[in-house]
Every structure is written in C-alpha cells, then in structure tokens.
Design a protein around this ligand. Structure first.
Ligand code: UGA
Length: 429
C-alpha cells in the first residue's frame, strides 16, 4: 500500500521503515529540513538497534523516501499517519498544537478519499477533534476516515517491537477503514483489536500508566525489602511466576524516566481530572517514583557524608539501555543532583554522551567504561546497559580511592561484590 507518515521522530521513522520492510511504499515527512537532508544522505538522526540497516535497505529498494513536503505525501498515499510529538505543558496536560497543525495541512492537501491515522499518544477524544478539523479545513470536501492506531514500541527495542507487535489496536468511527488498516498490518501477523476511537486512545494511556504503576509497585516493595533484609529480585521472580502478574517491568530501580511514562502519567491524571475523576492511584505512582530517586541520593550521601569536591564516576546517562535518548533521564537527574551537592563527575554512556553534553556542564566524559573509576571516591550505575555487567571490577576496585559502588539498576550480585572487597549498595537487596 502507499503510506505517508508525518513526523519522522522515534515513532514515525521506525514505523515508516518497518512498513517499508514488509513491502509497503512509504513517504516519511518532517518539517525539519536538516533531518530530511541527513536521512536522504544516508544518515540516521537517532540511535536505535537495527534501524540504520533497514533504512538503508528500503531506501535503496525504492520503498522508503523522505521529504519536507506534506502535500506531496498526502497526494501520493492512500493512508496518512500522524506521528508528531505531543509534548507536556507546564500543568501536565498535553500540547496538541502539532497534531492540530498537521490535521489542517492534511486537510488542505486532500483531493480524494484518505484514511488519516493518529499514531501519536494523545488524550482520549483527540480523534474527534482531528476529524472536526479536517472537515473544516478540507476545501475539496472529499470523504475521509479518522483512525486511532496507538504505538507500543519501546525505545532501544523499537524495530523488534514493531516487527513483532503483541497487538495492533485500530480505533474507528465506522467500519469503512478497517479492511485497509488490517491489510497494512497483515504482514506483521499480530492479533488485531478493532475498537471505537476513544477506547483505542485510552488503551495507550492506560497501558503506559499500568506499566509505570508496575515499576512503582516493585520500587515500593524494594523499600520493604531493604527494611527487612529481603531481596527484591527474588520477590519479583516469585511474583512474576504467576502468569497473571508476569516478571517483566518488575525491575526495581532508581526510578523510571524517558519521554513517555512521566509525560503520559501527568497527562492521564489531567485527563481524569477534566472528566471529574481524581486518579489518586497514579499520583501515588509519581510520588513513589520521585521518592525512589531521593532515597538513592540519600544512600549515596549517608555513605559518603559530604560530597563537596568528591569525585564520583557515573555509568549511564541514557534513560534506559540501548538508546541515546536522555530526555527525562533519571541518570541525568542524578548527575545534576550530585553536582548540586558539590561532587565532581566522570561519566560514561555507550551511546548517549553527545546528547548528555548539552545537559551536564563541568563534567568529564570518559570514552572507556573501565577508565571512569580512575581517581574517583565512588562509582554509581545509573542506566541498565548490559555491557556495564562486563565492567572490569578488579580494575575498578583498584582505581577507586575507596571501593564504593552504588548500583541504581541491580546489575551485580551483592555477595560477589562483597567478596571482591566492595562496599556495594543497590536497590531493595
Ligand atoms: C514505554 C513503553 O514501554 C512502550 O510500550 C511505549 O510504546 C512507549 O513508552 C511510548 O509510549 O512511546 P519506553 O519509554 O521506550 O517505552 O521505555 P521502557 O522500556 O518502558 O522504560 C521506561 C523507563 O522505565 C526507563 O527509565 C526504564 O529504565 C524504567 N524501567 C523499566 C524500570 O525502572 N524498571 C523496569 O522493570 C522497566
């Protein structure tokens, strides 16, 4: 099928590329000329495992192309996806101005029937507003359908998630666009659920909020584990063996971050407020998450006493493994708070150092993971990168002035660390 994706960020670029990979003809549109020039010259604006090969392959095969021209994309496609950002506003609600602008642009360019699909994460009932806007601004007065088709990919695993989705959600106002939407997704062989638009929009916010809740739940349990000498990983494994609970997203940590969970939680709380419901449960999820960072910092302060002029090595800057994304990264927040206490930082991240440079001043960025500890008073792990497990612990112990390691991601075994001579403090163990 001929598809256009408007917005070439994480969701738009990965979705467009994977659609091309399964045989569709895809035009990716973005209003940032620098990004389009980069993509047209073989570059990739984000780090996402496996993405660069797929972009190269599908552009070479002529199934994927990039343009700044929305009109061209709308004109040449049957189905137009909206995948533009929906950033948070100061009061926690969502800025829908990009969605509204794109809806107007699509409307202005439409000269025949189109299916307009919202992929961006939006508050419930946005689909109705998009439909109203298109109707109002479409001079050609052609027919169209609006569909809500939320995306569930995780950064760092985006290609894998897109190629093998758990489910495809199609929210519609009539059955007319359903066969074509199913045709688009047929090659992915995933279960499809067709709902009304509001339900589809709610599925997205309800899913992300539930996953955030799961993390805060295990983080709250980690506090009880620390108070009683239990091990949160064993508790999580025992809980997770119950199919109804599941082990995933039960990893205790210094808190969740990123451009999705914090924003979506605030938005969902606000949406609930607007329809007259106080979603106190989700406010508690936020409170536990903030408290988890405070507790981790306190652990460092209690052990190190004064941080002023102490050298701290930090492993991890990205908000999670396998990405260069530092938006709302707990690792960055931790670094900034350590600096506020007067600590001098040596930091490393396998992919996120360039993006972190804009956020962390007076910081030494170290290319080699094993050199971060050199001359430091303590080492901190802030992101769950697999490769940190390969840290040369013997070398780190010798390089540190005191062998102290704070592990905000539970990457090492406490008993082994003690046997190696470390003062080792992790989460809930
Ligand atoms: C999240 C959802 O997992 C995706 O399904 C969704 O599509 C996406 O938001 C979105 O709305 O676009 P993402 O933000 O990429 O994906 O990353 P996650 O893997 O969910 O991790 C979020 C945060 O939770 C990270 O800071 C991670 O380190 C933390 N986390 C995750 C934990 O602290 N513990 C866990 O057990 C899992």
């Amino acid at each position: 099928m001929k598809l256009t994706i408007i917005g070439t960020g994480y969701v738009g670029l990965v979705t467009g590329t994977c659609f091309a990979e399964v045989g569709h003809h895809v035009i990716c549109v973005d209003n940032d000329p620098a990004k389009i020039t980069l993509l047209n010259s073989g570059g990739i604006p984000i780090y996402e495992p496996g993405l660069d090969e797929l972009v190269r392959k599908n552009t070479a095969d002529g199934r994927l192309r990039f343009t700044t021209n929305t009109g061209e994309g709308v004109e040449q496609s049957d189905v137009v996806f909206i995948a533009v950002p929906t950033p948070p506003l100061a009061d926690g609600s969502v800025d829908l101005s990009f969605i509204e602008k794109v809806a107007r642009e699509i409307a202005a360019a439409m000269t025949s029937y189109k299916i307009v699909v919202d992929k961006s994460t939006v508050p419930v009932q946005t689909g109705d507003k998009v439909a109203e806007t298109i109707k109002r601004y479409c001079k050609a007065k052609v027919e169209f359908d609006v569909v809500s088709n939320p995306e569930f990919l995780r950064e760092g695993f985006a290609v894998e998630d897109l190629m093998h989705p758990d489910r495809v959600v199609i929210g519609v106002r009539s059955q007319r666009p359903v066969p074509r939407m199913k045709e688009i997704y047929a090659p992915f062989k995933a279960p499809v659920i067709v709902t009304d638009i509001s339900s589809a929009e709610l599925i997205k916010h309800a899913s992300n909020s539930f996953l955030a809740l799961k993390i805060s739940y295990i983080n709250a349990i980690s506090v009880l584990c620390e108070a009683t000498g239990a091990n949160v990983q064993e508790v999580a494994s025992g809980m997770g063996m119950d199919d109804r609970i599941g082990r995933r997203f039960l990893n205790a940590s210094l808190g969740f971050g990123g451009s999705c969970f914090p924003k979506d939680l605030s938005a969902f709380i606000k949406i609930a407020e607007q329809v007259g419901y106080d979603f106190g449960l989700l406010k508690e999820v936020q409170r536990i998450n903030n408290e988890q960072m405070n507790r981790f910092l306190k652990k460092i302060l209690d052990t190190m006493w004064v941080l002023k002029d102490k050298k701290i090595g930090v492993l991890g800057l990205a908000f999670k493994q396998n990405t260069d994304d530092v938006r709302m990264s707990p690792a960055i927040e931790l670094c900034q708070r350590l600096q506020k206490e007067g600590a001098v930082l040596r930091v490393h991240d396998p992919k996120a150092m360039d993006k972190a440079k804009a956020l962390l001043k007076d910081t030494t960025f170290v290319d080699d993971l094993n050199e971060v500890a050199d001359g430091c008073d303590a080492l901190v792990i802030a992101t769950e990168w697999e490769e940190f497990k390969k840290l040369d612990l013997e070398r780190a112990r010798k390089a540190l002035t005191h062998p102290i390691l704070f592990d905000g991601r539970n990457l090492f075994d406490p008993k082994q660390m003690e046997a190696l001579g470390f003062i080792y403090k992790s989460i809930g163990r």
